[in-house]
Design a protein around this ligand. Sequence first.
Ligand SMILES: [Zn+2]
Ligand SMILES: [Zn+2]
Length: 153
Amino acid sequence: MMSDAKFRDILREVGIEATPIRLAVLAAMAEEGRAVSAMEIVSAVRRNRPANKVTVYRALDLFVEKGVALRHALEDRAFRYCLGAAHHSAFHCHVWCRLCGRMECVSETAVGLGSGELGERLGMEVTGVEIRIDGICGHCRRAGEGAPSRPSH
Ligand SMILES: [Zn+2]
Ligand SMILES: [Zn+2]
């Protein structure tokens, strides 16, 4: 669990003023531990305090601009946000379920891709990794197995 002080440090580092709403947005993202839509973040923030949707969106835009958060564009057109290096290991990958739209953050090592090793192989200093693995998540696969087969015409 990340503390308020840690969130303040993150914002101070990139020169963003730590307003209560920005701290709340950071906390909401950290709590999720996966990439979530702006609306999900608004709902999470609103569980603890009233929040204007536009203010939350602006905070997210600012976080992306300053590199505090990562923004992911998906086929369903709803952006997903995660805390990137501020929360996870410096590099991480994303696993996206095409059915339910859930996007998990997974460490690079979980997919067998250590950045050190990768850099050695490529002969470069790796400063960022952006990999998205698409598929059907375990939950949706299990749900699919239990569902009745489609009626024939
Ligand atoms: Zn799924
Ligand atoms: Zn992520």
